[in-house]
Design a protein around this ligand. Structure first.
Ligand SMILES: Cc1cc2nc3c(=O)[nH]c(=O)nc-3n(C[C@H](O)[C@H](O)[C@H](O)COP(=O)(O)O)c2cc1C
Length: 199
């Protein structure tokens, strides 16, 4: 599927076929290609929890307004970020760059993040946004539907997945075989949100 078609066909699925099991090879393809998403300084902040245990899915559903996608999707991914990823052996993020690039970027990266937790969080959330969209478009291409979700109690989900203290949850992405079509798409006209040159 071309990118334009994937963008146009993607909808936030409200229900998935609970019987469908995603083949392991498709799951692998989704995850490996999602990681090609860009991230600031190539830090790849994402830490993605693949919730497979049906009981854990049910427990998450109970703190997610009972939303059926949580239990019925073939894949339920909780997109988390490691807020300290910037200082965890950062040389590995630039291992293939020429030495002068590494020598320039590594101290810059430290300067950019050290002592600025809000910067680390903002950057991590940007990365999660992009990797999540990449996952959803890949899912579309592979014949699946998806739903990004943040309608849940973040603290409760953090406890259920045993989120480490230096991590944050961005949102969840449910992926599966969508069952019925969502209502007609609704978007504001471009003129409502496009600002040319200045506000
Ligand atoms: C960060 C985020 C959180 C969302 N949370 C939920 C959710 O909890 N449940 C749900 O059914 N849809 C959720 N959505 C889907 C939006 O409601 C949906 O994308 C929007 O209404 C536009 O519809 P479309 O994606 O089908 O074009 C979420 C979307 C985003 C980006």
């Amino acid at each position: 599927m071309d990118v334009l078609s994937a963008v146009q066909r993607r909808r936030a699925a409200k229900s998935f076929d609970p019987q469908h099991q995603m083949p392991a090879a498709v799951r692998q393809q989704l995850l490996e290609n999602a990681a090609l998403a860009p991230s600031a300084y190539n830090i790849q902040h994402w830490r993605i929890v693949d919730v497979q245990d049906p009981q854990l899915r049910q427990a998450i559903r109970e703190v997610a307004w009972g939303q059926a996608q949580v239990t019925d999707a073939s894949l339920l991914l909780v997109l988390c970020a490691d807020l300290d990823a910037w200082q965890e052996q950062p040389q590995r993020y630039w291992a293939t760059a020429p030495q002068p690039v590494q020598d320039f970027l590594l101290p810059k990266l430290d300067e950019y993040y050290r002592g600025k937790p809000e910067v680390a969080r903002d950057e991590a959330m940007r990365s999660l946004g992009i990797v999540g969209m990449t996952l959803m478009l890949l899912a579309q291409d592979l014949g699946y539907d998806s739903c990004p979700m943040d309608g849940f109690d973040f603290d409760a989900v953090a406890r259920l997945i045993r989120l480490p203290a230096n991590h944050a949850i961005g949102y969840m992405v449910a992926i599966g075989k969508g069952q019925d079509n969502a209502w007609e798409r609704n978007r504001l006209p471009v003129s409502d949100w496009l600002i040319e040159n200045h506000f």
